[in-house]
Design a protein around this ligand. Structure first.
Ligand code: VAH
Length: 316
C-alpha cells in the first residue's frame, strides 16, 4: 500500500485507522474522506476531503486525483441503525460498496471492506463458528455484509480486483465512540463506569459476543492488506476475534479497577434479538493459517488499558 484513500474516516474505525496508517506510511500518503468535516486529528494531520460515497463520479474523482493505489471503504450503517432504516442501509451499504468496487476496478487499486460477525445467523454454530458455514443472517446489516462479501469475490474473479476483508467482531476503542451498533455497550460501559460509577446494560446477562480491542483490529487490517495474495484463500471474509464475553463478565473485570462500579439491566428487544442471532465465539483459524493473524489484547489487558486511557481523558 502506498497511496491510501479511506472512506468513513471520521467513524469508529476510521478515526484511529487514519492516524495509524499515517504513522506507518506517511501523513501525505493517506487521504481521509467523510461526508462531514470536524476538527479532529484526522482532519488536521493530513489530507482530508469531503466525499459522499453514494456519488460514484465523486468517489472515482477523489481516488483518481489522489492517485490512490488502495481504498479502505468504511462508510456504512451498522446493525442497529440498519434495522431502524433498512432501505437506507441497503442503499448506503450496497451502492457505496459498488462505487468503491467500480473505482478500485478502474484504478486497479486494492480494496479493503470490513465484513462482520453479523454475516452469521441463528442457524450457524454458536461456538467456534467456522470460517465456512451457512450464512443466513436475519438483519439487514448481515444481509448487506453477506452480499458485500459475494460482490467482493465477484470483482476479484471477474475483474481481478484485489479485494480483501475481515469479519470484525465488536470493536472496542477509547478514541471514537461507536454509533448504531449492537456491540456498542462494550465501549459505553467504560465511559459510564468512569464518569458515573454505574451502567445500565441493554443486553441480558449471558449474552456472549466476539470482541476485539481496536489496536489489534488496526494491525489486522494492515497485515491482511500486506499479505502475499497467493496465500489468501478466503480473501474477503476472514473470521477474526480476540475474545468473547458477556456483559456481567466485562462488568466484573471493570470492578477490579473501579470497585464501586455497579451495573443493572434494561433490555432493548431489538439489540437483544440481533445479539442472540450472532455467534458466541467464532473460529479465526483460517486468518491465522493464511496470513498470520494474531492479537495482543485479551479481556484483562484491554480493560486495564481502556480504564487507564479513558480515566486520563475523562477525569479532571
Ligand atoms: C455492530 N459494531 O454492532 C458493529 C459490528 C459485530 C458488530 O458489526 O453493528
Amino acid at each position: 500500500m502506498k497511496r491510501i484513500m479511506i472512506t468513513g474516516a471520521l467513524g469508529q474505525i476510521g478515526s484511529e485507522l487514519t492516524l495509524f496508517l499515517r504513522k506507518l506510511y506517511g501523513s501525505d500518503q493517506v487521504l481521509a474522506t467523510d461526508i462531514r468535516r470536524n476538527d479532529s486529528e484526522v482532519v488536521q494531520t493530513g489530507p482530508f476531503e469531503l466525499l459522499d460515497v453514494m456519488n460514484r463520479k465523486g468517489f472515482y474523482d477523489r481516488a483518481n486525483q489522489f492517485q490512490a493505489d488502495t481504498i479502505i471503504h468504511l462508510a456504512a450503517l451498522l446493525s442497529v441503525a440498519a434495522e431502524g432504516n433498512p432501505l437506507a442501509a441497503w442503499h448506503l451499504n450496497m451502492e457505496g460498496l459498488v462505487n468503491a468496487l467500480e473505482t478500485a476496478r478502474e484504478l486497479q487499486a486494492k480494496l479493503f471492506t470490513p465484513s462482520s460477525i453479523a454475516v452469521f445467523g441463528p442457524t450457524a454454530p454458536k461456538a467456534m463458528t467456522p470460517q465456512e458455514t451457512g450464512l443466513r443472517p436475519v438483519t439487514m446489516y448481515g444481509v448487506n455484509k453477506v452480499a458485500g462479501e459475494l460482490l467482493n469475490d465477484y470483482y476479484f474473479h471477474k475483474y481481478n480486483v484485489d479485494t480483501r476483508g475481515l469479519r470484525f467482531p465488536g470493536l472496542i476503542s477509547h478514541t471514537a465512540l461507536p454509533g448504531g451498533g449492537t456491540t456498542d455497550y462494550a465501549v459505553e460501559i467504560f465511559y459510564e463506569a468512569i464518569k458515573n460509577g454505574r451502567y445500565t446494560s441493554y443486553l441480558e446477562p449471558g449474552t456472549y459476543m466476539d470482541m476485539m480491542y481496536m489496536p489489534d483490529a488496526l494491525q489486522a487490517i494492515v497485515d491482511v492488506m500486506e499479505a502475499d495474495p497467493l496465500r489468501l484463500k478466503h480473501r474477503n471474509a476472514y473470521n477474526v476475534t480476540s475474545m468473547s464475553f458477556s456483559p456481567e463478565e466485562l462488568a466484573a473485570e471493570i470492578k477490579k479497577y473501579l470497585p464501586a462500579f455497579t451495573m443493572d439491566y434494561q433490555i432493548e428487544p431489538v439489540r437483544q434479538a440481533i445479539a442472540d442471532s450472532w455467534p458466541n465465539h467464532i473460529d479465526a483459524a483460517a486468518a491465522k493459517k493464511e496470513w498470520g493473524f494474531s492479537v495482543q489484547y485479551n479481556l484483562t489487558t484491554m480493560t486495564k488499558d481502556m480504564i487507564e486511557k479513558l480515566s486520563y481523558k475523562l477525569l479532571p
